[in-house]
Design a protein around this ligand. Structure first.
Ligand code: GLY
Length: 443
């Protein structure tokens, strides 16, 4: 039924997706299938259904019962489980790729080999290995090493020399551990530069960029501590990023366009959904770190609130065609997203702050900021955190200074054993990124 839409997912990214659909002039009837009861999503939907993402028959029968026109898939896990294929068999199209095409995210080796086969620039030196004995010779030719499992790792599986390990021996030990759990391991040259996310909308033929965003993976201020799912992110009013060179965005977009075309040639199917490229600007140009087959979390919270084009029309143009004729525009504003997390987030289970992960929190007035619930559970006696990120707050302003001020002020409205990174979006941290890139360019 036209205007009946299913959103799959329960995090802050899906809260932002649901909110953006909700402000459509079409006044769609929204339905959410979630693993946990996200109060932000539930408050915007006509109905909700709780269940696991591997229960494909439950998802399909819920979608059927709501007579949905299409489904919007938030996280990668259900894509990997084939939810888009299952819905398609029931005649329901999805904003999200078929399982075979979601390999763009779920198999690092598939993507690297696709770029190689179709002569698309952007790959570093890399090798895909199933046999540990072949790895030492390849490591000898690399100045710096990155090790990636072939499979989903929640954004935390990439191991970088200098950050996660030091020696070639340690790299080999990691490869051995990965090969015990995954079919192959990808070993790559470590690249020096600044990372950025370019999320593109794609209907298989047309690729439309959204403003670039920079995420912050490390848990603590100053980019210290373990990698996380992302502690916060920013985007700029000029729809570029301060450290990018004049051709960097064009190169990243061109790589994505060519990859969309290559996927079609390789599989005979059209990729529908988001191609979210994790890129790195280096002195030699842009290189691809990885693709994700969905919106980024937190990056979705930077760009979706800025979308001026009706998101229901955008999704329809992706699933049913017409993206080439749609002008998808974004407000020329800056955004800063800060994730509020349990104090123990990302820390070992025996750390004194670990118990904070199940604690209740209270949310006061966030002022001008947008608030997106992530991994929280609304129970009769209050709002509880889990082991994951709890709430994303987003400041939107004429420039980064204003956006950062709004986001930082909102953080104090959340009371409980929580933490965040006050440095995200600040002039000092962004100046460091620019200096880093300038110092590489001077070398
Ligand atoms: N921003 C990291 C991710 O969405 O995987």
């Amino acid at each position: 039924m036209k205007g009946s839409i299913l959103v799959l997912g329960h995090g802050a990214r899906e809260h932002a997706i649901t909110e953006t659909l909700h402000r459509s002039g079409e006044k769609p009837r929204l339905h959410a299938y979630m693993k946990a009861n996200n109060p932000g999503i539930a408050g915007l939907c006509e109905t909700t259904c709780l269940g696991n993402y591997d229960d494909l028959s439950k998802i399909v029968s819920y979608a059927r019962s709501r007579e949905v026109e299409f489904a919007v898939i938030g996280p990668e896990d259900p894509l990997n489980m084939g939810v888009v294929d299952a819905l398609a068999e029931a005649g329901i199209p999805s904003f999200g790729p078929l399982r075979d095409l979601a390999r763009l995210e779920t198999s690092k080796s598939f993507t690297r080999d696709l770029l190689t086969k179709y002569g698309i620039p952007g790959n570093p030196s890399y090798g895909v290995f199933t046999d540990l004995k072949e790895i030492p010779a390849f490591l000898d030719g690399l100045a710096g090493i990155v090790v990636k499992p072939d499979g989903l790792t929640g954004g935390k599986g990439v191991m970088v020399q200098g950050d996660h390990f030091e020696t070639k021996g340690e790299a080999l030990d990691l490869c051995a551990a990965i090969l015990r759990e995954h079919p192959s391991v990808t070993v790559e040259e470590r690249l020096e530069g600044e990372e950025f996310s370019l999320q593109c909308l794609c209907n298989g033929k047309t690729v439309v960029p959204t403003p670039p965003v920079q995420d912050h993976k490390r848990r603590f201020v100053g980019d210290r501590g373990p990698n996380t799912g992302g502690m916060g992110s920013y985007s700029c009013e000029d729809h570029s990023l301060p450290f990018l060179g004049p051709r960097d965005l064009e190169e990243a977009l061109e790589i994505t366009r060519r990859v969309a075309e290559a996927i079609h040639r390789e599989t005979g199917r059209y990729y529908k959904g988001v191609m979210y490229g994790g890129f790195i600007a280096t002195v030699e140009g842009v290189r691809l770190l990885e693709y994700n087959a969905r919106f980024g979390d937190p990056e979705a919270m930077n760009i979706l609130p800025l979308m001026e084009t009706d998101f229901v029309a955008v999704c329809r143009a992706v699933v049913a065609g017409g993206l080439e004729d749609l002008r998808v525009s974004f407000a020329r504003k800056a955004t800063v997203c800060k994730y509020i997390v349990p104090k123990g987030y990302g820390l070992p289970a025996d750390h004194p702050d670990a118990s904070s992960t199940a604690a209740p929190i209270e949310v006061g007035d966030v002022g001008a900021a947008r608030l997106y619930y992530a991994s929280v559970d609304r129970r009769p006696d209050g709002l509880y955190m889990s082991t994951s990120r709890a709430i994303g707050v987003v400041g939107i302003g004429e420039d980064l200074e204003e956006a950062e001020r709004i986001a930082e002020a909102a953080v104090s409205a959340v009371r409980g054993p929580v933490d965040h990174r006050p440095d995200i979006g600040t002039a000092a941290l962004i100046a460091r990124r620019v200096q880093h890139m300038n110092s590489l360019r001077r070398k």
